[in-house]
Design a protein around this ligand. Structure first.
Ligand SMILES: Nc1nc2c(ncn2[C@@H]2O[C@H](COP(=O)(O)OP(=O)(O)OP(=O)(O)O)[C@@H](O)[C@H]2O)c(=O)[nH]1
Length: 405
């Protein structure tokens, strides 16, 4: 038990798009151990799908835990000051023992760490003494590990031009080199001998970090909370830390960073189940990540989730429509997130679609058109769509397409 005057230990979760950060966060928050954690979830898009996922899956709202959403930018660049001001407000209440920060899949860990360790000039709140950077965690996707280094980019610090735009491979390197705990996730998808190879590479890149193999983010919370592993002096000596201090961080917009762009597709009508499952299964390779909720006509009982990360595309039952909950519970959600009530449909409640697509040089207009074509037409809305066949199944998300590498 931490006393009230001790600084709050901060754990920062990084990891490439779709590596399993949200899954890990959800696992930790729903663990049996009594954890008084506040959470800050950063999503690069204009809506915070990750915060939604955390809430819907771990019942955070109902437990009155603190959750801060930061969207439409990276906490490693544009939102640095805002992030500090938010955690400053949180600190005034001081009714939690740990702060867990999930950075967006394109955030770079070093500027986030510096913000907590040294403060930030544009912020009113000074974190020193109140918060203490405790553990930098990187979630690494074992299944897409080799693909992460695909572009043949330079992999050593010396070869990186600090003035140039940084590419995802470099962000991945920072995530690996600059961390205290490496969670090698998605181990269920990779044979043991390959895991050994990946671990050998990780150990060579980052001998100091503790490597923990995980499946579906199932990590013992004590491995990542209040570990005392972050070493400020050592971190300050690292090449990445110095480079960041010397050259600053000048990203204009998170969604344009690293040649990555994204858009959100929203609709308050359901998709035609067959049209949309076909579209999802055939999403182009340039779409490196897709996630969120959708409404599949005929499945008014459950929110469907879409998850594309790397070559894997999964879709199926994922969460709860607030419209299906008892009234009293609904009110709690409305109180926590007024936007839900504002967008409430008289007949369908919160049922609808909110999907984020993130890609590198992909044809957004064409994908939007295909998504629109997959939504029920006026005529179809008038029919009894409850009778549509359901390609997504009853149980849980399943693989629509998992290509061999
Ligand atoms: N097979 C398998 N799938 C996993 C595992 N961990 C996570 N996933 C799936 O991978 C997808 C991405 O997981 P998330 O936790 O959303 O990844 P993330 O790192 O938060 O993604 P971003 O916030 O978009 O960067 C989801 O479909 C998860 O269910 C795992 O260990 N094994």
């Amino acid at each position: 038990m931490l006393s009230n005057s001790d600084p709050v230990p901060v754990t920062i979760l990084s990891g490439s798009l779709g590596a399993g950060k949200t899954t890990t966060l959800n696992h930790v928050l729903s663990s049996d151990q009594e954890l008084d954690a506040a959470v800050l979830v950063n999503d690069m898009g204009e809506v915070n799908v990750d915060a939604d996922l955390v809430e819907r899956e771990s019942d955070l709202t109902q437990n009155d835990d603190e959750i801060i959403e930061m969207s439409n930018g990276c906490i490693c660049c544009r939102l640095r000051g805002d992030m500090l001001d938010e955690v400053g407000r949180l600190a005034d209440k001081r009714d939690f023992e740990y702060l867990l920060v999930e950075s967006s899949g394109i955030s770079e860990p070093i500027p986030v760490a510096q913000t907590f360790a040294r403060g930030f000039e544009d912020a009113e709140f000074d974190p020193t003494g109140v918060y203490e950077l405790d553990t930098m965690v990187s979630v690494v996707d074992a299944h897409s590990f080799w693909k992460g280094f695909d572009s043949g980019q330079a992999l050593t610090d010396d070869d990186i031009d600090p003035q140039s735009d940084r590419v995802p491979e470099e962000a991945l390197m920072d995530q690996i080199e600059f961390c205290d705990v490496l969670l090698l996730n998605k181990c269920d998808l990779v044979p043991d001998d390959e895991l050994e190879e990946i671990e050998a590479v990780l150990r060579a890149l980052q001998p100091r970090a503790k490597i923990v193999r995980t499946e579906h983010g199932a990590v013992d919370p004590t491995e990542i909370l209040n570990t005392g592993r972050f070493d400020f002096d050592r971190a300050s000596q690292s090449a990445g830390w110095k480079r960041e201090l010397q050259h600053g961080h000048h990203h204009e917009s998170a969604s344009e960073e690293h040649g990555v762009s994204s858009f959100v597709f929203e609709s308050d009508r359901p998709f035609h189940p067959e049209r949309i499952s076909e579209l999802f299964a055939g999403l182009p390779e340039e779409v490196v990540r897709a996630k969120g909720f959708f409404w599949s006509a005929g499945r008014e009982d459950v929110a469907m989730g879409l998850d594309k990360s790397g070559q894997s595309v999964r879709a199926g039952p994922k969460g709860t429509w607030i419209a299906t909950l008892p009234k009293a519970q609904q009110e709690k959600y409305f109180a926590a997130r007024p936007a839900i009530k504002e967008n409430w449909d008289e007949k369908w409640g919160d049922r609808g679609t909110q999907l984020v697509f993130i890609g590198r040089e992909f044809d957004q207009a064409s994908l939007v058109e295909q998504l629109e074509d997959s939504v029920l037409s006026d005529a179809e809305m008038g029919e009894g769509f409850e009778e549509y066949p359901d390609p997504f199944g009853r149980e849980e998300q399943r693989e629509l397409a998992l290509a061999d590498d």
